[in-house]
Design a binder for this molecule. Structure first.
Ligand code: HEM
Length: 641
């Protein structure tokens, strides 16, 4: 065992260890790593995803940065170029994004649900939320300037909505940092602290520590602990996190590996439930196919298949259409192959970027404020208000709500990507917990809080010309929005990444602007290159065989929901898209999936029985892809003029 410094990612010296012990800060500042082995599979605790950086990928972990942090003096928020405070994030939000309800013509709500689940799987959303629950950074109606963890948002007098209410201050606290937990001195840039494993590895389902893994496993048949209620399998409902459950009627709060993110918002709780059930479904099938397998072998294989199909669905079925297939292929996010893609590169550190978790807040425009309820035959039954269902997974077991909401995920459109955001998210995102809270204004504030440099620096990083004047922004941002920015910011160098992401024109073939495309591409490439267990890699003893890999490539989100959604009997084949012509709702029997016989283990069968075990034909390898360096500046040329 080697003890690593969680922040620096290096083995810890005795002196530092002693210091941390005295400070009582060993937990958040260290990661214990067993030596990495060539023949092992993916660890639940995330360590050894890349043996060159064994502790990276583990928990806790700092986020990666594409560009060096930019803070004000003493790690305060960065000021404007003239030294004044940056403008009110609420003012910027109300001038740049409108509030409204338009539905998307293409994507279903399921796409937004799985996207937000994938964010919660890679970063610890709950470390952001102390303002929602415990702190008050507005004293009366004025910002609390005395408390250094407060960054309240001032509300202008003529605010289009809040002028009628008299609210002039919105509550907000800074993220928890390694400085705060005692791991780093204040002389180093403030660095956010996250307890998730930062890769795409279903840590919401399986947890991110060995202790938690031990709590949620049965150690029989490879299964996770579960309960059967009304014929439906669910994790035990005894977790403590669901603070808005209306008890005594709404009681369930599920014991996922990560019960915080698993029970957070409806889309995330449904996705967590599906992938949780899928683990047990796979373990049972594998046990039937391979009667000689141990609990450990069943657990590891079911988990490996579950994570592989999750990565496949995220990359190929969801990110592909959102970024545009061609763009994603060009950028090395996706590969058009039936072979392995051996692009593991030990120089890449496992991790999630600050820029990714700030920038992908763009998809808040994608979130529908209502969650529609449908019967399994497609009759509309009514709607729930999404923000009132956060922290409240107790709703699922009452009045058939899980089944009706599940139908809604694929029958209801997502909100449109169109610079319009649902008013529930911009005025009352914390429901009864806060008088007024604007999620997009918070999104802008988080860019400041996490020390992101100005938009111009990212233009340079992404191959766009540096803007010397506001006019220079017209290449990527609509003129009306540039005009608003000119009125609100002092200088073009003050324009922030998040305000630009909320204002950029969309790239050809995709639903993001050029800078967010560049940021997402870098993060998604980082995830696959830094993770030796990424599902398309074929160079480890634990890798999927080529036949197994190509089975994984046959599955889909529709199959996952048919197998694990409560009472789902029919669905459209491309369930991230709205049902309709060319994507009609069909029986689940018509939705293709994996053939698990490719996981048959000959060792389980005595010699004479072997000939009776029919194996499907082996797939053949068509093409092996190797990846050279990527020219990031090429993205620039794809956006719509
Ligand atoms: C009802 C639906 C949703 C609600 C109520 C919600 C609410 C929130 C809240 C309160 C935060 C933390 C704000 C902060 O203090 O910084 C947040 C963060 C975030 N949300 Fe959402 N959100 C929703 C849907 C989505 C969707 C569909 C996406 C799609 C990707 C998304 C992406 C993100 C990201 C990337 C973050 C930042 C995570 C981090 O830095 O840890 N959210 N959301």
């Amino acid at each position: 065992q080697v003890v690593y410094d969680a922040y620096f990612g290096k083995p810890i010296s005795d002196a530092r260890k002693g210091f941390l012990e005295k400070q009582n800060a060993t937990g958040p500042c260290t990661i214990v790593v067993e030596p990495c082995k060539q023949d092992e599979g993916r660890r639940v605790d995330g360590t050894c995803a890349n043996p060159k950086y064994p502790s990276r990928g583990g928990s806790p972990t700092p986020l990666l940065r594409m560009l060096p942090a930019r803070f004000g003096v003493g790690n305060n928020l960065r000021p404007s170029t003239d030294g004044s405070e940056l403008p009110s994030a609420r003012l910027l939000r109300t001038k740049l994004l409108s509030a409204g309800y338009p539905d998307d013509h293409d994507f279903s709500s399921l796409a937004a649900n799985i996207l937000v689940f994938s964010i919660g799987d890679s970063v610890d959303v709950t470390v952001l939320l102390r303002y929602a629950i415990v702190s008050d950074c507005c004293v009366g109606n004025a910002p609390n300037l005395a408390n250094p963890s407060c960054i309240p948002i001032p509300v202008p007098q003529d605010d289009p909505y809040l002028r009628k209410t008299g609210v002039r201050c919105m509550n907000l606290t800074r993220v928890t940092t390694y400085q705060e937990t005692g791991c780093l001195p204040n002389t180093l840039p403030a660095e956010r602290y996250s307890i998730q494993t930062p890769l795409a590895d279903l840590s919401i389902v399986y947890g991110f520590t060995k202790d938690r893994e031990a709590q949620i496993r049965t150690y029989e048949g490879g299964l996770l602990k579960s309960e059967q209620k009304d014929g439906v399998e669910r994790p035990p409902g005894t977790a403590a996190f669901c603070l808005l459950n209306r008890r005594p009627v709404e009681n369930s709060c599920y014991e996922y590996g990560d019960s915080y993110d698993g029970n957070l918002v409806t889309g995330m709780s449904l996705a967590s439930m599906w992938y949780y059930r899928e683990h047990n479904r796979l373990a049972r099938k594998l046990a039937a196919i391979n009667p000689c397998w141990s609990d450990q072998q069943l657990f590891e294989t079911a988990r490996q298949i579950n994570i592989a199909q999750y990565q496949y669905v995220i990359y190929y079925e969801l990110i592909g259409p959102i970024l545009g297939y061609k763009n994603a292929l060009d950028a090395g996010i996706l590969y058009n192959t039936n072979g392995y893609v051996n692009d593991f590169d030990e120089r890449y550190k496992p991790g999630v970027y600050h820029e990714y978790v700030v920038g992908t807040r763009w998809f808040h425009t994608f979130q529908n404020g209502r969650s529609d309820l449908y019967s399994k035959k497609g009759e509309y039954l009514g709607s729930r208000t999404a923000v009132d269902d956060a922290f409240r997974s107790g709703i699922l077991e009452v009045n058939n709500t899980e089944a009706d909401l599940t139908q809604g995920t694929f029958r209801q459109p997502a909100a449109k990507f169109d610079y319009t955001i649902d008013p529930d998210l911009t005025e009352r995102v914390f429901s009864v917990l806060q008088t007024a809270a604007d999620l997009s204004a918070i999104d802008i504030m988080r860019g400041r809080d996490q020390g992101l440099p100005p938009y111009n620096e990212y233009r340079k990083l992404c191959g766009l010309p540096v803007a010397h004047s506001f006019e220079d922004l017209h290449d990527t941002i609509f003129p009306d929005k540039v005009e608003q920015m000119r009125r609100i910011y002092e200088e073009v160098d003050d324009v922030e990444l998040m305000t630009a992401i909320y204002s950029e024109k969309l790239i050809e073939g995709g639903y993001v602007g050029p800078t967010l495309f560049c940021i997402m591409a870098r993060n998604l490439v980082q995830w696959r290159k830094s993770d030796r267990h990424f599902f398309e890699h074929g160079d480890l003893p634990s890798s999927l065989t080529l036949s197994q890999l190509n089975e994984v490539r046959k599955t889909s989100i529709a199959r996952l929901i048919c197998d694990n959604g409560d009472q789902v009997e029919e669905i459209q084949p491309q369930a991230f898209f709205n049902p309709g012509k060319g994507n009609e709702i069909v029986s689940c029997k018509e939705i293709p999936g994996m053939d698990l016989r490719y996981w048959t283990d000959q060792k389980c069968f005595p010699e004479k029985e072997k000939e009776n075990v029919k194996l499907p034909q082996e797939h053949s390898e068509k093409r092996q892809v190797n990846i050279d360096g990527i020219d990031w500046s090429s993205y620039y040329y794809t956006y719509k003029k």
